[in-house]
Write a protein of this length. Structure first.
Length: 202
């Protein structure tokens, strides 16, 4: 069964090596620094979904750029055209829990990517009672609006932390296409496929 067929039938698939290890570790490093900055500046981070997560990065140029770079790769996996909406990253620790939920309109097609973590402890994500254990840089691509997904309470080794990157898309010709860019821009979208092709292939 092709990845496309598996995705269409089950609503979620696991993909190996979505991003390189150096990028994964860099984002996790940034999440850890964000935690320190929030503490030093007495500035609480805002995460309505996992309120006790260690830190969160969202709606910034850096993460949107990652969203853009993996966009053609995901289109190739699914064999259909997508449009990026938004992205964010979260640093989890013991005691965190992601409740069973479905996502809003901007998350028609979503991917969660395993970033750096402190121990070789897999904190799986579940979709429709299917368990996914990811290695660093792996991702789970899923139908965010249709497929319930969750993580049970994190019970890793002492001092455990785990980063996750979330990139969201809508189908270019789908019922949620109006949510392209998460409706953040009125005069077009700042996303371009293969923006750096000449640099990447020289």
């Amino acid at each position: 069964m092709s990845p496309k067929d598996e995705f269409n039938e089950f609503g979620a698939i696991q993909i190996k090596d979505v991003i390189p290890p150096q990028l994964s570790q860099f984002i996790t490093h940034a999440l850890m620094r964000e935690y320190d900055l929030c503490r030093l500046e007495d500035r609480p981070h805002k995460d309505d979904q996992v309120t006790d997560a260690v830190s969160v990065l969202q709606r910034n140029l850096f993460l949107d750029t990652i969203n853009e770079r993996i966009w053609p790769f995901l289109e190739n996996v699914l064999e259909e055209k997508l449009i990026p909406t938004y992205s964010y990253a979260r640093l989890y620790t013991n005691g965190n829990e992601l409740k069973n939920h479905i996502d809003r309109e901007s998350c028609e097609i979503s991917i969660t990517i395993q970033l750096g973590r402190s121990h070789h402890y897999s904190w799986p994500i579940y979709t429709n009672n299917k368990r996914f254990d990811m290695a660093e840089c792996d991702g789970v691509l899923y139908k965010g609006i249709e497929i319930p997904h969750w993580r049970n309470k994190c019970e890793g080794p002492d001092g455990y932390y785990s980063g996750q990157l979330f990139c969201h898309y809508v189908r270019e010709d789908g019922p949620y296409a109006e949510w392209a860019g998460d409706k953040r821009w009125k005069n077009g979208l700042p996303f371009e496929r293969f923006r750096t092709l000449s640099m990447d292939t020289k």
